[in-house]
Design a protein around this ligand. Structure first.
Ligand SMILES: [Zn+2]
Length: 151
């Protein structure tokens, strides 16, 4: 479809869920980033990291946030791995849904080799959703592990 419809947060599109507070409240934050649980998902331990600045993509991030990105992703990844039974942590930046910069960190269950690489997001969609509270609880454990590692 050309022209493409506006994404959330773009003029003419739905409002930005992060800026309007509609998105799931963060379980962790610092001066550059907020970390959120998913709503409606099948893999507990999944979280999404959003920039505080309302920008579209990597190229628009404030330099300080761009420089901190790798450090904060490593903290989140270690924290997700510490939940246990995680084979690898996948990192995705799609950007087709909302115009606000965010990336997804999704744990691939240990031993679930059929979900390697690009198969994981497909499995994530096909597997039955778990209750949102379970997703939020796992995200809070990720946040707690980040804080514990920093202490
Ligand atoms: Zn926003």
């Amino acid at each position: 479809m050309i022209p493409e419809p506006p994404r959330r947060g773009e003029p003419g599109g739905e409002p930005c869920g992060i800026c309007t507070g509609e998105a799931a409240p963060p379980v962790w934050s610092d001066e550059n980033w907020t970390l959120h649980p998913p709503v409606g998902g099948s893999l507990p331990g999944t979280v999404w990291l959003a920039s505080r600045a309302h920008v579209d993509s990597f190229s628009d991030l404030p330099e300080v946030a761009a420089a901190a990105f790798g450090v904060v992703i490593a903290r989140v990844e270690r924290a997700i791995l510490s939940l246990g039974d995680v084979g690898r942590v996948h990192l995705y930046r799609w950007g087709d849904g909302g115009a606000h910069f965010h990336v997804w960190l999704v744990p691939r269950p240990l031993g679930m080799l059929e979900a390697r690489g690009p198969m994981l997001p497909l499995w994530e969609t096909v597997l039955p959703n778990v209750p949102d509270e379970e997703l939020a609880q796992a995200a809070r454990r990720v946040a707690a592990a980040m804080e514990a590692a920093a202490a």
